[in-house]
Design a protein around this ligand. Structure first.
Ligand code: MRU
Length: 337
């Protein structure tokens, strides 16, 4: 599968697959300016915590190529302030801030503009490469947990499209299939933006992996019927006391616990946040039209208030294990060295 996000060396800008067009069109767009990138992040043209981390790092490299300044000090100040706009484009996935910080940190004692450009792009390329290898490694760890003919329920899109490639939750599925297992996926559609129906179903179908889409609200029923062997989801931020992921994850965790089904979180260690308590994590609230309108038609009576939290918090007592590139962690305390 092609990369979801990359540096376009010919045009000296960021290239990415526009995920708002899927599954109808698989089209690459470029972000020649930081404004374009910020818009692409806010509109979810690029999305998913690991991909956002790489977008953040490439965003610094883009800032380093597009800002001016009368002297080197002013140039550096502008690179920083422009990069901070990328950093704050979405609040919940820790990877975005991490990616920006890492690329900014690479500037160090660079002595001129050219060196800043080289260092920030080098850091961004390392982020991208590490994301691919982390997904491969965590995929192999997670694959060992699945039976030879497992049916896995997942939520949102924690696949190749949410990373540079391969994926986290879907990386586990891909690795299991690569190891010869016959794994099937139940993709919850993921209201309101349908990342499960549009994106998870798209990339699995494209790769010939059996996938069935179901309404989010049917997950507990499917578990009670007995056809789900494991739930695997990704994460936007893993704190010491809870996991943040796409809204709806928490209810799947509760239902899985009720039915005795293992609930796994698959994420690279770049998603771990040992410093912030869960109570201080900002859960993004998105625009009300995403909920109040369906297919361009208003479905909620005018004047009725709407809530649209994009993520929720799942406490660790509902999580069977966290799968990272470093192994399978049944005890969350061991995740944080
Ligand atoms: O709003 P999105 O589409 O960016 O939300 C994405 C998710 O919640 C994913 O499950 C998470 O980022 C993990 S992706 C490997």
């Amino acid at each position: 599968m092609d990369r979801t996000i990359w540096w376009d060396y010919g045009r000296a800008c960021i290239g990415l697959v526009d995920q708002t067009l899927l599954p109808v069109q698989y089209r690459a767009i470029t972000c020649p300016t930081v404004d374009d990138l910020v818009e692409a992040i806010r509109a979810l043209r690029v999305r998913g915590a690991p991909a956002l981390g790489v977008a953040g790092a490439y965003g610094v490299a883009l800032a380093a190529r597009t800002v001016g300044g009368t002297g080197f000090e002013e140039y550096l100040a502008r690179v920083h302030e422009t990069s901070l706009r990328v950093r704050s484009a979405r609040p919940t996935a820790v990877n975005l801030a991490r990616g920006v910080d890492r690329a900014l940190g690479s500037i160090g004692d660079a002595g001129d503009v050219e060196e800043v450009r080289e260092r920030t792009l080098g850091a961004a390329e390392r982020c991208a490469g590490e994301d691919l290898s982390a997904c491969r490694a965590l995929g192999a760890h997670g694959a060992a947990l699945l039976s030879d003919d497992a049916t896995v329920l997942t939520h949102c899109n924690a696949g190749a499209l949410a990373c540079v490639g391969w994926g986290t939750a879907l990386g586990v599925v891909r690795s299991a299939i690569e190891a010869g297992k016959r794994v099937r996926v139940i993709a919850c559609e993921t209201r309101p933006l349908l990342q499960g129906a549009r994106l998870t179903a798209f990339e699995l179908r494209r790769d010939g992996i059996p996938v069935t889409v179901c309404p989010d609200s049917s997950a507990a029923h499917l578990m009670r019927e007995g056809g789900i062997d494991a739930v695997i989801v990704g994460a936007d931020r893993i704190c010491r006391d809870a996991v943040f992921n796409k809204v709806g994850t928490y209810m799947h965790a509760i239902a899985a616990r009720h039915h005795g089904i293992p609930f796994y979180v698959a994420a690279p260690s770049s998603t771990l946040d040992p410093d912030l308590p869960a109570s201080r994590v900002e859960i993004e609230e998105r625009g009300e039209d995403e909920v109040a309108c369906f297919g361009g038609t208003r479905t909620v009576p005018a004047g009725v208030p709407v809530r649209n939290p994009a993520f929720d918090l799942t406490p660790f007592d509902l999580v069977t294990a966290v799968i990272t590139e470093n192994g399978v962690f049944y005890d969350p305390a061991r995740l944080f060295p």
